[in-house]
Design a protein around this ligand. Sequence first.
Ligand code: ASP
Ligand code: MG
Length: 464
Amino acid sequence: MKVLKFGGASIKDANSLKQIAQIIKATKGPKAVVLSAFNGITDKLQGFISRISTRRLNTKHIHRFISDLKNHHLLFLRYPLPRNNGHDKNAIDNHCRELERLLYGLTYIKEVSERWQDLILSFGERLSVVVASEILSQIGVHTKAVESDKIGLLTDGYFGKASAILPIARNNLRKNLLPLIKRNIVPVITGFFGVDKQGRTTTFGRGGSDYSAGIVSYALDADCLEIWKDVDGFMSANPALISHAQLIKQLSYKEAVELSYFGSTVLHPKTVEPVLLKNIPIIIRNTFSPDGKGTVIHYYKPTKANKPIIKGITYETNIGLIKVHGFGAGFGYKTEVIHEITERLLAKNINIKTIISAPSGIGLILGREDFESGYKVLDEIRQGGLTGIVSGFEKIKNRALIGTIGEGATKTKGLAARVFRTLSAISVNIEMISAGASSSAGYFIINQKDLKKTVRTLYKEFFN
Ligand code: ASP
Ligand code: MG
């Protein structure tokens, strides 16, 4: 059993969708397909949502938005002049009508809660599976468009950042998908969202269709998950900075997570969670160059033969740093500080991307999107119970995090010294370091203005 996932960047126009259909058709054996919304559609939906709460919209705006959305999807269907039986146009009409009604209601009350935001965003995928499944049937592949929230892909209910409740989701998916697959029907399943216990649609966050594909692979005990992108696979560095960066042929699960968590957008890092439980290999492949070998992500132990230790250099600028300053050096003994910080952030569902702590201070790295709200929550602590322990919180912007990733990196003698020597030679100051927590990654923070030269110099040091 194979699961194939295609992302929005691979579904740009009717031609690319046709290409995808051919890849699916050429894949032998039982299979299931997971799709993202078409290129740019989730952004469009998101853009419209923000207009609802910030601007006056009238029925004309909504009508135009819906008719553009519908036409955009129908354009894919008209190619190459299909014998359209009208059936799928109806499904598109129905989705568009439902979305239109939803938008009318929300525009009337001028407010979009997280719950409705998630529901609106899910329409990109609902439309894409209908169109793709029609294109597939035109070339003789039996398919069925499947909405993940209708087949019980159960989530924990956190809007915008949900996780799957795996055992229950697995049972429900098996019950709904296996009978189709047994009859040689390829389910074309919406990525990006599931449904919570109360029946509410919940998304996994932007880029979350990869994770959906991981869940489907786990549920169906897939032999392999193929993630089809518009790039060849993971690269040893961002080609935008390092033009001669190389394709990485294989990665361990851990290395892939470390590369994806900060910086690389090749794979949603959560994808690995469900597939890891069953050791299902992930292969990243290029839709527009399907003969390439791509990157294989699987369980493997590095040997002398498959060195080098550093496989990739990654960086992230989409972060904010909050420094927690304490009174005196006694700070480190006060266990309640970290407890209080994490509890308060958790209550607001704010994720700490990484934490670096010392007796007189703590550094918290948050995603850019959580930075201001995270600071606000923390500043309330200062005014509340922890006076006398925490002297203040400092917001620091314009920092970049750089990661050196490779299985065994933190167990390799002299590696950190090599990084620091390299940076000191170009006078780049390292403001914070985190190493050792993961056996396969070391991270450090520098001023964003030094980013390019730092990445280029490190690359030269480790790859030339
Ligand atoms: N369509 C969603 C997004 O653009 C999910 C995905 O593409 O994976 O974020
Ligand atoms: Mg997308």
